[in-house]
Design a protein around this ligand. Structure first.
Ligand SMILES: Cc1cc2nc3c(=O)[nH]c(=O)nc-3n(C[C@H](O)[C@H](O)[C@H](O)COP(=O)(O)OP(=O)(O)OC[C@H]3O[C@@H](n4cnc5c(N)ncnc54)[C@H](O)[C@@H]3O)c2cc1C
Length: 418
C-alpha cells in the first residue's frame, strides 16, 4: 500500500492495482502492536558484513527518519491513526537485563549514535517513565511512535483508492509470474508486480520455504482508570518492553488501555497459516500473566480483546526489498516483528526502484538482499519449535539467578545474528 501511495505521488498518471486475498488491512498491518519503531530485525554487524559500517549506519538513520515520515504522511493525508511519538522504553528488570541493555547502548554509541538517539536511564528516571515492578533502569530511544494500526492501514487504503489505485479485495493470487499475476477470478498483466505478502508468503506456490510465519499474539485491557496512570506514569504513550529474551511489547492506547503482546506461540507444520492460530489460550494467558507481573495493579483488570497474527521471518532474520528488472517482480518483507515503519521505507524504496530513480534509498544494505531458504520439513518444524521455547528457559534462569544465561542465549544469538 505504501508502494502504491508513493508511486501515485510521484506520477499520478500511473495505473496501479492492489490485489488482496481478504480485505485491505486484513494482514499483520491491521492488527499489530502499533510500535512505529526504528527497529530492524538484523543487527549492525550483519549489515556491516556486506555494506560496511557506513552502510549499517545509513540504514539505521533511514529507519529513524522513517518514523517521522509515517507521522508526516498520516498528518498530510488526514489519517487519524493516534500517532504519538513518545519514544520507546525498554526496562531492565534484573541484573542480566542491565548488562544486555548497556551493551546495546554501547553498540549504538560505537556506530556514532548519540544520547539524543538512545541512552541508558538509571533506576530513578526509569520509575518516572513507567513504574514497572523490579525496575533497575532501562534504555530509552525517542525514535518510536505509538499508533493505532487498524486506523493507519484503513486510512491509507482510503487515501490510495481516492488517488485512483484500484483495490481488488477477496481476490487471492494463485501465481506470480514475470509481468503477470493469476487470481481465483482471472489474471492481470503489469510492467511491475510487487509481492508484499509477509507472513502469508509460504501459502504462494514456490515460496513455501522463503519466509516462515511465526505467530505473535496480543491482548488489550479495558480502559484503565486515572488512578492507575497516576501511579505508573507512562505519560507520553511511550511504547514499552523489557530486556527479557522472549519478545514482549506494549503500548498505552489513545483510549487508555494497554495493548500488550508477545511471542511464544508454536510454529505450525509446513508453515501453515490459519485463522484459528490467531488465538491460543495458553499463550494469551501467559501474556496476561506477564502483564500482571509487570503491573500487579492489573490483576483484576478485564481483558476485552485477544488476537494475533503471523509475522514473516526470513532464514537469516534480514528483511529485504528489491526489484528484479528481468522479470518485473519486486518484493518487500521479512520484517519479523518490525514492519510498521519498515513497510513505509520499503514502499518509498520500491517507488524509486520501479521509476528507475537511483537514490540514497536504493543504495541501502537491505536492497536486493536475498536470504537463503528455510530447511525442508520436518527439520523446520523441529528446529523452530525448539527455538521458540528457548527464550522462556533463558528468562526463567535470569530471573532466578540474576545473571546472564549462557547456552540458550548463545544459540539464540547465533540464530538471530545479534
Ligand atoms: C500481533 C502482531 C503484532 C505486531 N506488532 C508490531 C509492532 O508493534 N511494530 C512493528 O513494527 N511490527 C509489528 N508487527 C509486524 C508488522 O505488523 C508486519 O511486519 C507488517 O504489518 C507487514 O506488513 P505487510 O504489508 O508486508 O504484510 P501484511 O500486513 O501481513 O499484509 C499482507 C497481505 O497480503 C495478503 N495476502 C496474502 N497472501 C495473498 C494472496 N495469495 N493473494 C492476495 N493477497 C494475499 C494478506 O491477506 C494480507 O492482507 C506485528 C505483527 C503481528 C502479527
Amino acid at each position: 500500500m505504501w508502494t502504491a501511495y508513493y508511486l501515485k505521488r510521484r506520477d499520478p498518471g500511473l495505473r496501479i492495482a492492489m490485489v488482496e486475498a481478504e480485505f485491505a488491512g486484513f494482514g499483520a498491518s491491521g492488527r499489530n502492536g502499533g510500535w512505529c519503531s526504528a527497529l530492524l530485525p538484523m543487527g549492525f554487524a550483519a549489515m556491516a558484513a556486506t555494506h560496511g559500517r557506513d552502510g549499517a549506519i545509513r540504514m539505521q538513520q533511514a529507519m529513524n527518519a522513517t518514523v517521522d515520515e509515517v507521522g508526516a504522511a498520516a498528518a498530510r493525508e488526514g489519517i487519524d491513526c493516534h500517532f504519538a511519538k513518545g519514544g520507546t522504553f525498554r526496562a531492565a528488570r534484573n541484573p542480566a537485563h542491565i548488562g544486555r541493555l548497556q551493551a546495546e547502548v554501547a553498540e549504538y554509541r560505537a556506530h556514532g549514535f548519540g544520547e539524543d538517539d538512545v541512552r541508558w536511564v538509571d533506576r530513578d528516571e526509569a520509575r518516572q517513565i513507567i513504574a514497572a515492578t523490579h525496575l533497575e533502569g532501562g534504555m530509552f530511544t525517542p525514535h518510536c511512535a505509538a499508533i493505532h494500526p487498524g486506523r493507519l492501514v484503513r486510512g491509507l487504503a482510503d487515501v490510495v483508492e481516492a488517488s485512483g489505485v484500484q483495490i481488488f479485495e477477496r481476490s487471492r493470487v494463485t501465481a506470480i509470474e514475470p509481468n503477470r499475476i493469476t487470481t481465483e477470478h482471472g489474471s492481470a498483466r503489469a510492467a511491475h508486480v510487487v509481492r508484499a505478502t509477509e507472513g502469508f508468503t509460504p501459502t504462494l506456490p514456490g515460496l513455501r520455504r522463503q519466509i516462515v510465519p511465526i505467530y505473535s499474539l496480543m491482548i488489550a485491557t479495558e480502559p484503565l482508570p486515572a488512578a492507575f496512570w497516576e501511579e505508573v506514569g507512562w505519560t507520553h504513550r511511550q511504547t514499552f518492553s523489557d530486556a527479557r529474551r522472549l519478545v514482549i511489547y506494549g503500548q498505552r492506547t489513545a483510549d487508555d488501555r494497554i495493548a500488550f503482546g508477545g511471542r511464544g506461540a508454536p510454529y505450525h507444520f509446513r508453515s501453515a497459516v490459519k485463522p484459528e492460530y490467531d488465538r491460543n489460550p495458553r499463550v494469551h494467558s501467559d501474556i496476561r500473566a506477564t502483564l500482571v507481573e509487570i503491573f500487579p495493579q492489573l490483576a483484576d483488570a478485564a481483558i476485552t480483546h485477544e488476537w494475533g497474527g503471523p509475522v514473516g521471518v526470513p532464514r537469516d532474520w534480514y528483511c529485504s526489498v528489491g526489484l528484479d528488472p528481468a522479470t518485473g517482480i519486486g518484493w518487500a518483507g521479512g520484517y519479523v516483528g518490525d514492519g510498521v515503519a519498515t513497510t513505509n521505507l520499503a514502499g518509498r524504496t520500491l517507488c524509486d526502484l520501479i521509476t528507475g530513480t537511483a537514490s540514497e534509498l536504493t543504495d541501502l544494505p537491505w536492497v536486493g538482499h536475498r536470504s537463503r531458504r528455510w530447511e525442508p520439513e520436518p527439520l523446520r518444524w523441529l528446529g523452530i519449535n525448539a527455538m521458540v521455547r528457548l527464550p522462556v528457559g533463558a528468562d526463567a534462569y535470569e530471573n532466578r539467578h540474576g545473571r546472564p544465561e549462557r547456552w540458550r542465549s548463545k544459540i539464540l544469538s547465533s540464530i538471530l545474528g545479534h
